[in-house]
Structure formats: C-alpha cells, structure tokens
Design a protein. Structure first.
Length: 116
C-alpha cells in the first residue's frame, strides 16, 4: 500500500506560481505511475498530469500544458507539480495519485485558490 501526503497549496493571485509536493510511503514508490488530479467545487475530478516510473514520460491535460510541469524524485519518494501562470480556473483541490496495475491510491488533497 502507498500512503501519500500532499503539500504546497495556498492562496495566490493570477499569474503567480506554486509548487505542490506529494510525499509517498512505501519501498515500491519508483514502480508506480504518479499523477495529479484536481476537483473544483461542483465539478468532477479531472486529470492534470502524470509521470511514468523513470520520469522519462509525462502527460498533461490540454488546459495546463505549457504552464504545469510534473516531476519526481524516486530517492525521496516524492512527486512534484510546478504550476506557473496560474489562472482562476485552476482553483481546485489537487490530489496526488499512485497507480500500478490494479492498485490505485489517493492522497487527501491540497487546496489551491487563485484569485483574479
């Protein structure tokens, strides 16, 4: 089982940057595909970005492409989401996700609020 704790959320203004971190437990962290999802009030949870085990392959939602960067440090069991040029529509609870075969784990989420 993988347990994850997100951090780095907060209240920022349009155009600002934030870096989210997701610290995971477990010795098999490097085997997992890691991802970030978000859920805005009244909306379904949506995919933001993902990264494969080595970090060589990354995927992004069209809405964040060019502004957000996902990365991982397997030595620290941590995945990051660098968010630049933030917009009010980025406001949401951001969740870390770990996926390997049928195993799928979620963190508790961290709030990101972007004021206009």
């Amino acid at each position: 089982q993988v347990k994850m704790v997100e951090s780095g959320g907060g209240l920022v203004q349009t155009g600002d940057s934030l870096r989210l971190s997701c610290a995971a437990s477990g010795r098999t962290f490097s085997s997992y595909v890691m991802g970030w999802f978000r859920q805005a009030p009244g909306k379904e949870r949506e995919f933001v970005a993902s990264i494969n085990w080595s970090g060589a392959m990354t995927y992004y939602a069209d809405s964040v492409k060019g502004r957000f960067t996902i990365s991982r440090d397997n030595a620290k069991n941590t995945v990051y989401l660098q968010m630049n040029s933030l917009k009010p529509e980025d406001t949401a609870v951001y969740y870390c996700n770990a996926r390997l075969a049928k195993n799928n784990y979620w963190g508790q989420g961290t709030q990101v609020t972007v004021s206009s």
